[in-house]
Structures are given as structure tokens and as C-alpha cells.
Design a protein around this ligand. Structure first.
Ligand SMILES: C[S@@+](CC[C@H](N)C(=O)[O-])C[C@H]1O[C@@H](n2cnc3c(N)ncnc32)[C@H](O)[C@@H]1O
Length: 261
């Protein structure tokens, strides 16, 4: 075939192929997820919107936050956080769900603050998050727990329904039917990553020995010639305990305990 004809034939072929691909794309129905569909480590079931709102309320999400939703599904938590002014990132293994969530974020006008990445949540760097949200499974939460406990003290973790083993939540809210939760999965749980404060300290009041199990504190305060057993909590860097019938407040400054009265 002379070169001119060959080029013309190629052009016709490419045009026909392009038209067919375009028609195919036009015909393909947009991806629609189905509640209960398979996921890598857990199926997709969306958190009821009232529970999303409650979870973000409990974590006090605002413009200063960077929220990460682990297993972000249709992106509703990320989008809601972005509407509150936070930067938010959804980590989702299913690429169709990632694209679906991006489309919803676009529709809601929050693409400047809401983004999504196709990634395994177990391979994800969580260190920049100020808030982590999740609706996974108890054993997945437990697997993530060591990594979560190494995050910056004060990082808030909120989970729909599933617990964190023997690390008891700091707050729990059950959403009733009256509150608008008329399906299952209506419990929001909050944990605040505690600073690691166990140790022996000289404080203005005397000698303080702190033992720590997650956010729960026990130990002794030796003051005024007496030794008292103490019970208390550490919430992020804030410390509170009672000893000898008195209440004490303090904070962890990164090196030591600063005890007020
Ligand atoms: C129960 S849904 C929760 C969706 C969303 N966070 C919500 O609360 O509406 C769990 C999501 O995790 C995703 N997923 C499962 N295993 C994952 C993994 N290893 N890494 C990232 N995402 C995963 C599933 O595809 C699904 O979308």
C-alpha cells in the first residue's frame, strides 16, 4: 500500500476505535457501591451520617485538624470533616471506592480539603493525623493499637462501634432511634492518646510515683510526711488524680510532670 493510503487507513482505524471507546464509556454505568460488599480486610458498610456527626463532635474536629479515615468507603467522614474546615484524608483499598468518594467530594465542593488515596490502612503513616476515624473490626483496631499508642499525645481516635480491647474508651455515645440512628452501628467511641507519664518525680508537693495502664493512673504521692495512694487519669498531656482526699491537676511537658495543686 502506498504510504499516503497507509496513513489514511490508519487515521480511519484510529477514529473508529476512538468512537467505539467513547461510546463504551458513555454506556458504562457509573460505579455504585452496595452496602455489605467485600473489602480487603472488612466489608463496606457506611456509618450512619448522625454517627459520623457525633464522632466528629466527640473529637472536636475543627479547622486546625488533620483527620484520617482508615477504610474511608464512600468518603462521608472525610467530606463531613472537610466541611468543618479540617484537612481530611481517606485511606481506602478499593480503587472504585476511592474514585467514587472523590466524585462525591467534588459534588460537595470540598476537594481543596478532602482527599483520598488508594492504600492499605496497615501500610499507612498515621503520624501527621490529629484525629483518626474508623469503622473497622475489633481485631483490626487491636492490630492498629500499638501504632496508635505511639502517636502524639492528645491525638483523638474515634471508632464506630468497635472497641480497642482492654484500652477502655474515654467517652462513649449511643445514638438512639430518636437521635436519628435507625439502623445498626449507632455507637461512637473516643480515645485520646495518653502521654507516657509513668515514673518517679520530684514535685513541689513532695515525691510522686506514677504507674500507668493506658490512660489510667495509680501510684503514690508522698507529701507532708505521709504517703497516699493515688488514682487518676491522663488525657493527652493533662494529668488529674486524687490522693489523700485531695484532687491534683498537672501536665506532662514532654520530660516531666508539672503538678499544680
Ligand atoms: C465498614 S467500611 C467503613 C467506611 C467508612 N469509614 C464509614 O465509616 O462509612 C470499611 C471500609 O474499609 C475498606 N477496607 C477494608 N480493608 C482495608 C484495608 N486493608 N485498607 C484500606 N481500606 C480497607 C473497605 O473497602 C470499606 O470501604
Amino acid at each position: 500500500m502506498p504510504p499516503l493510503f497507509r496513513r489514511a487507513a490508519l487515521a480511519i482505524l484510529l477514529a473508529a476505535f476512538g468512537a467505539a471507546a467513547f461510546a463504551q464509556a458513555q454506556k458504562a454505568p457509573a460505579y455504585e457501591p452496595t452496602s455489605g460488599q467485600e473489602g480487603k480486610d472488612v466489608v463496606w458498610i457506611p456509618t450512619p451520617q448522625v454517627v459520623v456527626d457525633k464522632m466528629l463532635d466527640m473529637a472536636r474536629v475543627g479547622p486546625a485538624d488533620f483527620v484520617m479515615d482508615l477504610g474511608s468507603g464512600d468518603g462521608r467522614t472525610v467530606i463531613t470533616a472537610a466541611k468543618r474546615g479540617a484537612r481530611a484524608l481517606g485511606v481506602e483499598y478499593n480503587p472504585d471506592m476511592v474514585e467514587y468518594a472523590k466524585r462525591l467530594a467534588h459534588k460537595e465542593g470540598v476537594t481543596n480539603r478532602a482527599s483520598f488515596v488508594k492504600q492499605d490502612l496497615f501500610q499507612t503513616d498515621l503520624s501527621q493525623a490529629t484525629v483518626i476515624t474508623m469503622f473497622l473490626l475489633p481485631d483490626i483496631n487491636l492490630k492498629l493499637r500499638p501504632k496508635i499508642l505511639e502517636l502524639k499525645p492528645g491525638t483523638r481516635i474515634v471508632s464506630n462501634s468497635f472497641t480497642m480491647g482492654d484500652w477502655k474508651e474515654d467517652e462513649k455515645a449511643e445514638m438512639s432511634r430518636d437521635a436519628g440512628c435507625n439502623v445498626s452501628w449507632c455507637t461512637a467511641l473516643l480515645w485520646i492518646v495518653p502521654a507516657k507519664v509513668a515514673g518517679v518525680y520530684k514535685v513541689p508537693q513532695g515525691d510522686l510515683t506514677l504507674k500507668q495502664q493506658f490512660q489510667e493512673l495509680s501510684g503514690t504521692l508522698h507529701t507532708g510526711g505521709q504517703t497516699y495512694a493515688l488514682q487518676g487519669k491522663v488525657r493527652g498531656e493533662e494529668i488529674q488524680f486524687t490522693a489523700g482526699g485531695r484532687r491534683y491537676n498537672g501536665r506532662w511537658n514532654g520530660k516531666t510532670v508539672e503538678l499544680k495543686s
